[in-house]
Design a protein around this ligand. Structure first.
Ligand code: HEC
Length: 151
């Protein structure tokens, strides 16, 4: 554990000394990174829903979970800018992401706006507004996955 942490820190230090040029990024890492961002978005979304449904008694974590969701949503566009459609790397993103970039990026922006609205609703404490905001966020996930992600 300790050794792994040291190795990771060393790798981080090396990365800091020699920042990789954007064009040197390999497609496999681009896909891995964006999937990890999506996974984090999925985790925060699921936790918000579990708290709201009362499946866990962690209501104090509702606001920070919503905030992490909104913050992570803000990271989601950049890692899709790398077009990996012809890279041969395994991905569930369809080529339409890049063929129809305006619609795709519009979907990401809508998720960003709606997760911000969710944070505001949670801050207000208005249960009706929170429910509507969660629903609106979930729609952005589904719409985009239906259009740009293979089952
Ligand atoms: C505008 C498009 C878009 C929006 C909005 C979007 N996603 Fe995604 N999502 C994708 C695409 C494309 C992939 C496939 C990425 C890949 O395999 O390279 C994906 C993949 C995922 C994955 C699987 C990640 C993995 O490990 O392979 C999860 C989980 C996920 N999204 C959750 C969500 C949730 C939850 C939301 C809403 C809060 C959301 N997504 C909103 C486009 C979107």
């Amino acid at each position: 554990m300790k050794l792994r942490a040291i190795a990771a820190a060393t790798a981080l230090a090396a990365a800091a000394v020699a920042p990789m040029a954007a064009n040197a990024m390999d497609a496999e890492n681009a896909v891995k990174y964006r999937q990890q961002v999506m996974k984090a978005i999925g985790g925060h979304t699921n936790n918000v829903v579990m708290i709201l449904k009362g499946e866990v008694p962690y209501s104090d974590q509702l606001l920070p979970s919503a905030q992490m969701l909104a913050d992570t949503a803000d990271l989601a566009l950049l890692p899709f800018e790398e077009n990996t459609a012809d890279s041969g790397v395994k991905t569930t993103a369809t080529a339409d992401v890049w063929n129809n970039w305006d619609k795709f990026s519009g979907g990401i922006k809508m998720m960003q706006e709606r997760t911000d609205t969710l944070v505001a609703a949670v801050e207000s404490g208005d249960k009706g507004a929170i429910g509507e905001a969660v629903q609106a966020v979930a729609e952005t996930c589904k719409n985009c996955h239906d259009n740009f992600r293979e089952k």
